[in-house]
Each structure stands twice: as structure tokens, then as C-alpha cells.
Ligand binder design. Sequence first.
Ligand SMILES: Nc1nc2c(c(=O)[nH]1)N[C@H]1C(S)=C(S)[C@@H](COP(=O)(O)OP(=O)(O)OC[C@H]3O[C@@H](n4cnc5c(N)ncnc54)[C@H](O)[C@@H]3O)O[C@H]1N2
Ligand code: MOO
Length: 402
Amino acid sequence: MPEFFKVVRIEEAQALLRSSFPSPRIEEVELGEALGRVLATDVVSRENIPSFPRSTVDGYAVRAQDTFGSSESMPGFLTYKGEILMGAEPDIAVETGECAWIPTGGMLPPGADAAVMVEYTERLGDDTVLINRPVGPGENVVRVGEDVRQGEVVCRGGHWLRPQDLGVLASLGIVRVSVFCREGVGIISSGDEILPIEEVPGPGQVRDVNSYSLKGAVLEAGGRPQLYGIIPDDAGRLREVLGKALHDNRLVLLSGGSSVGYRDLSLEILMSLPGAELLFHGIAARPGKPTMAVRVDDRLVVGLPGHPVACYMMFLLLCRPLLGAPDPVKVRAVMKSAVASQAGRDDYLRVSLRDESEGLVAAPVYGKSGLIKIMARADGYVHIPYEKQGIKAGEPVVVTLF
Ligand SMILES: Nc1nc2c(c(=O)[nH]1)N[C@H]1C(S)=C(S)[C@@H](COP(=O)(O)OP(=O)(O)OC[C@H]3O[C@@H](n4cnc5c(N)ncnc54)[C@H](O)[C@@H]3O)O[C@H]1N2
Ligand code: MOO
């Protein structure tokens, strides 16, 4: 029988993993391929966007003060100077009492400081434009650098690139971006009772949940999952597959067999690998107490609990940050009902969120960590810290979204 757990605090486990795992490598990718990647460095704009003052409407470029006091009953009269062409520098200037036709997005001519929408104007012959409504200086115009200023940080390192970020970077002519490499992550499920999902379980057997939830979680965190299948409780087979997974990946996730039962072989096998060093076995957390981590030279194996909820939660808390994934989104809510918890342990309570009249309300999704659908029902989790004993009904909480 292996030794029972010597639990560590979750912060200690996180720090041990961080210091044992190198920072994600960095690569350059084409902007068009960068969706969903995590930026490795800040992107600073080298230019002003727009680089010239632009009209935001179809109408007339004017000097705003020439329009003051204009109305439908007392329109202002301006002299028409000509047309600004789209995509070209104006070859006319607007002096006092003058105006020029300008299309939406056209460059404001020298002298003009605003644009009047065409619907508030009337053309009188070739030379005159009536103005029926005044505009203020800068109205209907985007100033130089109003969108992005030269020297401004447009996207921070650690930021997940979304479609709109690609648009901003495109506007700056950024063709390639530095992103964190997709880290290869080996995934192994272990246990005599675990079956491939295509098969029909017999008595005592269950289908492999963890390979799928972990694969999804690794992908979502920006990693490159590599599945090594289901390994029975057989020391020789497990050693062989672990060796292969560690050869191919710097991080290997092994679910099941991390507890202290007689068939929980994982720790013994891992410690028998050359260069193995135990980082921890056991965390003062619920779920996830029987989690362990072993460093094998410059590589890491995290032994995740077999129970699917514990397995997934511990991946999020311990492994996701190693892949360079940005911090998850957090929202404030109030707790719907009182929740008990034990001091001396960090609890991660799954909750569902509802938007009610008093704001977001978090309701606990109860159930043992062997129950699979709990994760699918929950929108996120509430962390009940080590020192705290429970949460009162109506107490404000922070929900980390899945
Ligand atoms: N004496 C103690 N027993 C247990 C403790 C403890 O502290 N003392 N902790 C319990 C907790 S908490 C958990 S979580 C489990 C973790 O056990 P293992 O990591 O050793 O995992 P197994 O025993 O192999 O499996 C546990 C459970 O999960 C099911 N499982 C495993 N892998 C999968 C998979 N890929 N897909 C679906 N289900 C899976 C497995 O069939 C078991 O039901 O230990 C408790 N025991
Ligand atoms: O890791 Mo276990 O969840 O606490 O069932």
C-alpha cells in the first residue's frame, strides 16, 4: 500500500508546477492564422489610425463656424468648391464661406473641420449649397489618431486574439504576430474499468470521459492534445505508454490511479522513471485532493484524479496556466443559498448563473465529483478559500466562468 497523501496548499502546488515547467515557447504566425492564439508580447502601434482626418458621413466638408445659426427656416449659404475623391488627397481647400462634397471615409480638405450630412443640405445650382442644420467643430469627423494613437499598446501580451483584434492589427499593417506555441500535451486515461466510448459497458465498466473533457480543455487553453488511449492497471503497459507520451510532450496528463488504493499504480510507476522527482501528492482542495505531480527531467506529469469533475477542475486550476492561456473571465454574483465548507481546504463549488432582478445569482450545482453531468450543468465555479467556512445566502461571490 503506498504512503497516504501529504497534502499541500493549492497555491503551493501551482507555484511548484510553474517553477518546474518552462514558459511556453514563442513563434511567429501570419495574422490570418492567428485567431484563438495567445499573443506573446504587447503590440504597440507605429502609426496613427486614421493617418488623416476622415468624414464619417456623405455630405459637405465645412468650417463649423460657417454653419452656426443655420436652420430650415434660415439656412446658411455656402459656396460650392468641388468634390473630394475617395482614397485621394484633396486638391481643394475650404475657406470661410465655402464647402466641398465629401464621401463617407473621404479625407477632410485643408480648412474644413466638420462635415454636414447631405440630408441637411440643398444644392442650389452649380455654386451654392444651403445648410439647414449647424455642426460643431469635429462633428462627423474622425480625427488623426482618434482610433489608434502612435505608441499606443493595442493588444497586450497574454491576450487571446479574437476576430476584432485581428481587424485592429490588420489596420496597422501587422502582417505577422508573436504568439505562444501550442504546447503538446499527452493525455492518458487509466483503469481496468474504462472503455472506449464506442463500446457498451458491462457490469462495473464505464466509458472514458476524461480523455474527451481533457482534450477539449487542452484545445481551449491553446494546447495541442495528443491522446494515448486507455491503459489498464498494468504497470508494464503504463510505464511504456508514459515513456512514449513523455518523449513526445513536455506535459503529460494521466487521469485515474492517483489515489491511495492498492491498484493506484501511477505514483509508483512515475517515481520509477529515471530522473523522476515528486513535486506533490495530495492537495488540500475539494474536489481534487488526490492530485499529484512528478517532474521527469525537464518534463512534467500531472496525475489527475479519476473522478471526471475533479479531473477537469484540477486541469483548469493547475495545468491550464502552464499552457499560457489567459486568465478566465470572472463575474460578480450573489449566492442563492448558503453553502457549507470546511476550513483548511480550498473548495471549488460549481455554480449555475441566472440573471434575476437583483443581478446575477449563483446557484450551487451539487453532486459528487464522480457525477459527470455536474460540469455540463455549471456555468462556472466559486472559490471558497482555505480559511473560510462556507458562504451565506445572499453573500456576494466571484464566479470564474468555464
Ligand atoms: N481512501 C481514499 N479513497 C479515495 C480518496 C481518499 O482521499 N482516500 N479520494 C477520493 C477522491 S476525492 C477521488 S477524486 C478519487 C480519485 O481516484 P483515482 O485518481 O485513483 O482514480 P480511480 O480510482 O482510477 O478512479 C476514480 C473514479 O473515477 C472513474 N474514472 C477514472 N478514470 C475515468 C475516465 N477516464 N472516465 C470516466 N471515469 C473515470 C473511475 O471509474 C472511478 O469511479 O479517489 C477517491 N478515493
Ligand atoms: O478529487 Mo475527488 O473529487 O475530491 O472526488
